[in-house]
Design a protein around this ligand. Structure first.
Ligand code: C2G
Length: 129
C-alpha cells in the first residue's frame, strides 16, 4: 500500500486545498495529512479562524484523507516519514524545492497550486482585510 503524506494549516478550507488532497491521494492508496497546530501556526505567523480540532474534523470528513496527525514543528517530517512508512511526500508548488532534503527518505512531489484561490483572497473579497 503506497502511503502519501502532506502538511498544512488548511484554514479556511477551500477548493484549492481539496484539489491538492485529491491529487495527492491519487498518487497512492493512503493519505496522511499532518495538520499544523494553532501553536505551530503562531510560529508560522498564521492566525487560524478554526481551531485545530475543528480543522481536523473538516479534513477527516474528506474522502481522500485517511488519517490526520498534528504538525507541531518544522523538524518532524523525517521522523514522520519513518514512523508512518511514507512512500511519497507531497506539497503544493509554492513550496517547490523547500523539502528536497526528504528525497533521501522518500519520493518528493510538488503539485501545482490552484492559482486563483487563497484564504487571504477570501478574507479580502469579504472585506475582512
Ligand atoms: N494549496 C494549493 N492551492 C491553493 C492553496 C493551497 O495547492 N490555492 C496547497 C498548499 O500548497 C499546501 C496545502 O494546500 O500544499 C496547504 O496549504 P496551507 O494550509 O496554506 O499550508 P501552509 O500554511 O503553507 O503550511 O510544513 C509545511 C507547512 O505546514 C505548510
Amino acid at each position: 500500500m503506497k502511503k502519501i503524506i502532506t502538511y498544512g494549516t488548511f484554514d479556511l478550507l477551500h477548493y484549492g486545498h481539496i484539489n491538492l488532497l485529491k491529487r495527492a491521494k491519487a498518487l497512492g492508496e493512503y493519505l496522511i495529512v499532518a495538520l499544523s497546530t494553532n501553536e505551530f501556526n503562531e510560529t508560522k505567523g498564521k492566525k487560524c479562524y478554526f481551531s485545530y480540532n475543528e480543522r481536523k474534523t473538516l479534513l477527516e470528513s474528506i474522502r481522500f484523507v485517511d488519517l490526520v496527525i498534528p504538525e507541531n514543528n518544522w523538524e518532524q517530517k523525517i521522523n514522520d516519514v519513518h514512523e508512518f512508512k511514507i512512500d511519497t511526500f507531497v506539497m503544493g508548488s509554492d513550496w517547490e524545492g523547500k523539502f528536497d532534503f526528504l528525497r533521501t527518505y522518500c519520493e518528493v512531489v510538488y503539485l501545482n497550486r490552484t492559482p486563483e484561490i487563497s484564504t487571504t483572497k477570501i478574507k479580502q473579497d469579504l472585506g475582512y482585510c
